[in-house]
Structures are given as structure tokens and as C-alpha cells.
Design a protein around this ligand. Sequence first.
Ligand SMILES: NC(=O)c1ccc[n+]([C@@H]2O[C@H](COP(=O)([O-])OP(=O)(O)OC[C@H]3O[C@@H](n4cnc5c(N)ncnc54)[C@H](OP(=O)(O)O)[C@@H]3O)[C@@H](O)[C@H]2O)c1
Length: 240
Amino acid sequence: MINRQDASLDVAENAKGAQKLRPSFIAVLAQSLDGFIANSRSDPLPWIPKEDKLWFKHIAQATRHVVIGRQTFLVLPKVALKNRIHWVLSTRSPQSYVFRLQEHFGLTNLDLTPVFTDKLQRYQAGQDTVQDAVKIYRLSDSVFWVHTSKGSQSFDTQLKTLLRFWYEEGIKKMVIAGGAHIYDLFFRKDLVDELYLTIVMTVLGQGIAWDEYNYIKRFQLQDILTKSTDYIRLYFKRKE
Ligand SMILES: NC(=O)c1ccc[n+]([C@@H]2O[C@H](COP(=O)([O-])OP(=O)(O)OC[C@H]3O[C@@H](n4cnc5c(N)ncnc54)[C@H](OP(=O)(O)O)[C@@H]3O)[C@@H](O)[C@H]2O)c1
């Protein structure tokens, strides 16, 4: 069952006629036959066929904007940063990952001044403290770091701010590139408009699953894009 409390943010109204004040989101996900998307949190995904990885690269570059969790981002190969823009979600500032950003991606001279800060007036009586809720850092031409703060605001409020920010930046479409936390975040909020699901003919036996049973029923199969003995790629759109 869709948890209606969680589904559909105000700012992302999908009702007929309502203007969608956010980009469209395309989730691209590969799972094993037994429903796992990774065998551990730092799985470099050797079980996903090369053709499917190349196809991911193609759609990410064509869409240009990619939303990605910090964990998945930090295991990407350096070459993946080319020709697309990553919006890395983290509950920590990039300061916490400076060494890995330098070491792994060669990102040096990082500008750790946010290019966007959401200032929220706190309404409690007697408190006029201004809190920073969402901060966005531009770490390079291809990496924006989105730091959401724990505590002062609910994540829903922060996500609304972020959706509006992307909308006002003129971003029309974004690829949701995982991992499990980030898929869950966007599916749970009913924000995914299209889904490319690759089912790889392998059994992992254990690992990180996505909540397929709850989420897939909101979608209608549109096409079977590729069939081989190794994998099958399905294309879904969200039911109206
Ligand atoms: N099969 C596939 O299609 C596919 C696709 C992508 C990834 N993967 C795999 O999935 C695995 C990683 O999945 P994962 O769930 O461990 O990691 P993830 O989703 O890539 O990243 C998790 C991180 O995202 C940040 N985050 C989570 N919720 C957030 C929120 N509400 N606001 C801001 N930041 C938030 C946190 O970063 P901080 O800890 O910095 O706060 C959290 O540790 C890897 O093995 C990867 O290879 C598989």
C-alpha cells in the first residue's frame, strides 16, 4: 500500500491540470533475479552486464542531470564524471569527504562556500534564529553537493526546497541513479515518473534490496526494450 502521508509532495502535485513545479524524474535501476540491487554498500556491480552500464551512461549523459547518493557517488570511477552533472545527496558537508574527493576524483581546490543556502526563520516564540536547512556546493563543473541538515527541518521540507531550486534552475529532467537510500527516497515520495528496470539473470542470494513489491504497482509497463539471455530491460511509466 502506498503510504499516502508519505506520497506526493505539495510542490510536486501531479493532479491533472496542476503545474508540476519540479523536474521529471527517471529512475534507472538494475536488479538481480532475486531482487537485489547490490551485494553490499560498496558493490562496484560487476554482475551488471557491460552493455547495461553503457546504456546507463547514455541515458545519464542525454538527460545530463543525475541525482545520486553519497555512497554510490564515492564508488563511481573517475571517468564517470564526464559529460553529466551529479547532484550528490549527503547529510554531511563536503568538508567531511575532502580527502576522498581529492584522492578518488582528483577534485582539488574545492570551494566550500555554498552557492545556495536555504535560510529558515524559526517560528517558535522568542526564537528568531535563522537556520540553514539545505546547502548546495559547486565542487566542479560536474559535481554539486547537496547537504541536507539533520534536525532543524523535516526532510520533506528540505526536499521541497530542493525540488523548487532545481525547477527554478530550469532543470526539466533528472536521472535517479541510486543507491538504495536514494531510490527509496524518491519512490516513497511518489516522485518517480519513469522507470527503466533491468533484470539481470543472476542470483545474488543476499545484499541490498529495493522495495519492488510496494513501488512497482504504481507503474505501467510501456515496453520491453532489450532481451538477451543475460538481462532484460523494461520501461515503465507511472500510472496516471
Ligand atoms: N543496481 C543498481 O542499479 C544500483 C544503482 C546505484 C547504486 N547501486 C549500489 O547501491 C549501493 C549503495 O546504496 P546505499 O543505499 O548504501 O547508498 P546511497 O543511496 O548511494 O547513498 C546513501 C547516502 O546518501 C545520503 N543520504 C541518504 N538519505 C539522505 C537524505 N535524506 N538527505 C541527504 N542525504 C541522504 C547519505 O550520505 P551521508 O552518509 O554522507 O550523509 C547516505 O549515507 C552500492 O553498492 C551501489 O553500487 C546499485
